[in-house]
Design a protein around this ligand. Structure first.
Ligand code: 6LW
Length: 510
């Protein structure tokens, strides 16, 4: 039987939402404080995905400034109705709560509209278009009753498609099957006349689970599907390679199958660094409701291909970015806003210029920083860079970035006498520790990092190769750093003045 490999989107791509138009699937994932925000990916077979754009690609749309890396754009839902694509998303601002936005477009590659603010409380908004063309908005919010931890109530209001405003009464739909905590990620589907409210419960970590309720009318009452949880790996032991399964969205294929996209992680010795990834799970609709992974009851690393698709596999090939194009391309992101004035390919097609900026990586502003997701635990990343630094306050180089409080830099800089050197620094909980340094020759150096299950080892090559040190893999894990994101690998420059030139950046899965 032809198979594919899960995850279909490795690396930090949490909270997937999917829709289909004809033969085309579109998927969005959370992007937090990374910019541009809300990547939109396209596929014809559910297995191979290509980034086509972002919902948020202009600073006028939303402000991410001042946010922690794991705040920002959370858990969007994408839907298509009569030629228009709709995305609803919550912008989380830590203790200051969240704002819900709606963006629309006729072309998912963009541009998407300026966002409309919806008068909606809570997170994880979703939309459901009923057969009569009415649109129903759902989300989760804190419940007054019963007392639970985190969001505990799924609620609904109609969305007026003319005014793009919520209208009419608010319906409290459901408090979850487990009534424990964090009933979230609601999506509504209709099958054979029955409305199915499918949600996540237990929180996005080990206890994550998919649960469901059903109703005969869209506004309820909803009754818990007693088979809940319908999908979870929380009962599976340490030998299970995939954990924290939940937050599903369902899509029907032209061949008549249903598949779910789910988030899950691949921990190693109890910690994960790549973030929450997208897994594809077969679903069968039965008279009793949806059955996830009907043959095995679990999400698998190797799964059968969707019916009607040709042999398909995600690509795990090395990439070398040589910055010949005027734009960096879809793999790269910055923090909280555009960095065109700080990090840009040179107009002559040679090199990427990084203008050093005083904004440190530990700030909640927009440092001179660009990065791409780490999508493979085993990996070699390298960059060829030059910087005429005259003091230790000028630095540029490679960064392994978990968040603004937790990262490591391998920087080309100068010592106090102005002689060039390369320094390895680990930042944990915002405090920096220098792990190693080595003098280097004037001119270009190659900075590199090798990552595997044990850790990250940092090298410099200036004619002679030196190893500056290693950091254990769990240092960069979500378990240690907290938050919701996976590691990004990138380039940065800090200082009051100066420019670094980057000849290339290489990402090679090993
Ligand atoms: C998201 C919520 C969650 O809004 O984490 O999966 C939040 N669980 O559904 C951020 O990704």
């Amino acid at each position: 039987m032809p198979t594919f490999s899960n995850p279909v989107l490795p690396g930090s791509h949490p909270d997937p939402s999917i829709c289909r138009v004809g033969e085309d699937y579109y998927l969005v994932t959370s992007s937090f404080a990374y910019y541009p925000g809300l990547p939109v990916l396209h596929s014809r077979d559910l297995v191979k995905w290509r980034p086509v754009g972002h919902v948020v690609d202009r600073p006028s749309q939303v402000s991410l400034s001042g946010l922690d890396v794991s705040d920002g754009l959370w858990a969007a839902t994408i839907r298509h109705h009569e030629g228009t694509f709709y995305v609803v998303v919550a912008l989380a601002r830590g203790r200051q709560g969240s704002t819900t936005y709606l963006c629309t477009t006729t072309d998912p590659a963009g541009p998407w509209s300026e966002p409309v603010v919806l008068d909606a409380e809570g997170i994880d908004p979703s939309l459901f278009f009923d057969d009569d063309g009415r649109c129903w908005f759902t989300a989760c919010r804190d419940a007054a009753e019963p007392a639970v931890t985190g969001p505990g109530e799924l609620w609904m209001r109609e969305l007026d498609l003319e005014t793009l405003a919520l209208t009419g009464p608010t319906y409290a739909l459901w408090y979850g099957a487990m009534r424990g905590a964090w009933v979230e990620a609601p999506h509504l589907y209709k099958r054979d006349g029955v409305y199915w409210l499918i949600a996540a419960e237990g929180g996005t970590e080990h206890h994550h689970a998919v649960t469901a309720a059903r109703a005969d009318t869209v506004t309820g009452p909803y009754a818990t599907d007693p088979r809940s949880p319908l999908l979870t790996h929380r009962h599976r032991g340490a030998a299970e390679p995939i954990h924290n399964v939940g937050h599903v969205d369902l899509v029907d294929t032209p061949a008549g199958e249903t598949w779910a996209v789910a988030l899950a992680i691949r921990p190693i010795d109890g910690t994960h660094t790549l973030g929450r990834e997208v897994f594809l799970v077969p679903v069968e609709w039965t008279p009793r409701g949806p059955v996830f992974a009907p043959e095995t009851g679990r999400v698998r690393l190797t799964e059968r291909l969707p019916a009607g698709t040709e042999a398909s596999q995600r690509q795990d090939t090395p990439v070398r970015y040589d910055f010949k194009d005027p734009s960096l391309g879809p793999d790269w992101t910055s923090l909280r806003g555009p960095v065109d004035d700080l990090v840009s390919p040179r107009s002559d097609g040679n090199d990427l210029t990084i203008r050093l900026s005083p904004e440190p990586l530990t700030s909640t502003g927009t440092p001179a920083f660009v990065a791409r997701r780490q999508q493979h635990v085993r990996l070699h990343a390298a960059t060829r860079i030059r910087l005429a630094a005259s003091s230790p306050t000028q630095e540029a180089g490679l960064v392994v970035f978990q968040n603004h409080h937790q990262h490591a830099t391998l920087s080309l800089t100068a010592d106090t006498s102005g002689a060039p050197q390369v320094v390895l620094t680990a930042v944990e909980a915002g405090a920096a520790t220098r792990l190693g340094s080595v003098p280097v020759a004037d001119g270009e150096v190659v900075l590199s990092v090798d990552s595997d299950e044990a850790g990250y080892t940092f090298h410099v090559e200036d004619g002679t190769r030196s190893t500056l040190g290693s950091i254990e893999r769990s240092f960069f894990s979500t378990e240690r750093a907290g938050g919701f994101v996976g590691v990004h690998l990138g380039l940065y420059g800090t200082g009051d003045s100066g420019e670094a030139q980057v000849r290339w950046f290489e990402y090679a899965p090993g």
